[in-house]
Design a protein. Structure first.
Length: 436
């Protein structure tokens, strides 16, 4: 009889040696699969790298050809202008990039225009001195590292670099300040318009995608020249309501009027190819004491109020689309003001030797006799306080202020007396100036 094969006994469940044998058989298979995956992945990465290199190479070649064609067709200056407004450097001007360029081209002039004036030799001049302390970045809510504050091409570089005045001393003809006088007689305490708003029901705001202000005219010129002492690109008309400037006679007599004014204007801190950065102080206010015929200025003072913890609004674009790429913050500006150094003096004066000279035309030091300073306080026939004048201008530009708004503690006292409830409104900033 043939011998029957004996079946090998089953491997006990706990036999580790047999399990190791099975694993050793699987290891070569797994290693081969892993190596294959690595090679396939490397091949895919290589193909993608070659494709990206070829794409970038062709793109740079096309860009170089486009720049060469641009230089050939429009010249160096034309190419520089195009590249300045091509903010993303793709060789094309999108509608958002074209908007500020066409705004500049169709404007008769821009902020580079010099507003020269012919000063009457028989008139008087006044010297204005400006003072400026830059915005404190720590008062803003946005963290400094988010700004890319140290990057030279950062959108906020215009704010970072604005550390000094554009002009610290400027000479003005006194007659230019007649723009602050009312066109028709106005009684003490009645506000009037200096520069009217150019907004309407169809145009409620102006574009933020601009760099250069339009040419000023009429009464706008003196406002532009004053603000130009701070920065080379002031916009006399702000983008948002309430626009313009207004004034009120605070005091008057037969010879002089004291005028309190309020100006809503802003500055564009950037130039192409950087995206626009708007710097909007809450308001400019101040007082002018001038003769009724605008022949002599007793004093002038313009300033941004610092009685609030936040007094400047800032808006900037991080991309070409205003609706999608706008960023907003507010902060505190310690000082922005202009003062007259002294009362105005005649243009033509007589030296101690008896010669008559025009002090604006003389390049040599002039030996002038001391100009007598009249320190006698003006006696007014009718007057109101500066605060009352400021309040009237506030209501004139913000009609909602005709309803009294009180601080929380004051409102509680009034509510207790009148037995009424308190409606508390908490805001980041304020509603009665442009810093909110």
């Amino acid at each position: 009889m043939a011998e029957t094969e004996k079946e090998s006994p089953p491997v006990p469940p706990g036999d580790k040696g047999s399990a190791e044998v099975e694993k050793s058989r699987e290891k070569p298979q797994r290693s081969w699969k892993r190596v294959s995956c690595y090679w396939i992945l490397a091949l895919v990465v290589g193909v993608i790298a070659v494709f990206c290199y070829e794409f970038v190479h062709q793109y740079l070649e096309r860009l170089a050809e486009a720049n060469a064609m641009l230089m050939r067709d429009v010249g160096e200056e034309g190419a520089a202008l195009f590249n300045a407004y091509d903010r993303n450097g793709d060789g094309y001007l999108s509608l958002a990039e074209f908007e500020p360029l066409i705004d500049r081209l169709v404007s008769s002039e821009n902020s580079t225009h010099k507003y020269s004036e012919e000063i009457d030799p028989a008139g008087e001049i006044v010297f204005m001195e400006a003072f400026f302390q830059p915005l404190r970045p720590e008062t803003m809510t946005i963290e400094i590292d988010r700004w890319s504050y140290s990057q030279p091409t950062s959108t906020v570089s215009g704010l970072r670099d604005w550390q000094t005045l554009n002009t610290d001393i400027e000479t003005f003809g006194v007659s230019q300040f007649s723009a602050f006088l009312p066109d028709v007689g106005a009684p003490v305490g009645q506000p009037y318009t200096l520069i009217a708003s150019n907004l309407n029901i169809f145009t409620t705001t102006l574009s933020s995608n601009r760099y250069f202000p339009p040419r000023a005219s009429g009464k706008e010129i003196i406002i532009h020249k004053l603000l130009h002492m701070f920065h080379p690109r002031p916009f006399v008309h702000s983008r948002f309501a309430p626009q313009g400037s207004s004034a009120v006679i605070r005091a008057e007599n037969e010879h002089y009027v004291s005028i309190v004014f309020r100006i809503h204007a802003e500055f564009q801190l950037n130039q192409p190819p950087l995206h626009p950065f708007w710097f909007t102080p809450g308001q400019f206010t101040g007082e002018l004491v001038i003769k009724r015929d605008a022949s002599h200025i007793k004093s002038f003072h313009l300033f941004v109020p610092t009685n609030k913890t936040l007094n400047v609004d800032m808006e900037w674009l991080n991309g070409p689309l205003e609706a999608e790429n706008m960023e907003v913050d507010i902060g505190f500006l310690p000082q922005m003001e202009i003062k007259s150094t002294s009362p105005s003096i005649p243009v033509t004066m007589t030296t101690e030797s008896g010669d008559t000279v025009n002090i604006l035309e003389s390049d040599e030091p002039i030996d002038l006799p001391p100009v007598p300073m009249d320190t006698t306080p003006i006696k007014w026939n009718s007057e109101i306080s500066f605060q009352e004048a400021s309040d009237s201008l506030e209501k004139y530009m913000y009609p909602f202020k005709k309803v009294p708004y009180l601080s929380y503690l004051e409102a509680c006292k009034v509510a207790e007396v009148e037995k009424k409830l308190v409606h508390l409104i908490l805001l980041w900033g304020v509603l009665d100036d442009q810093s909110c």
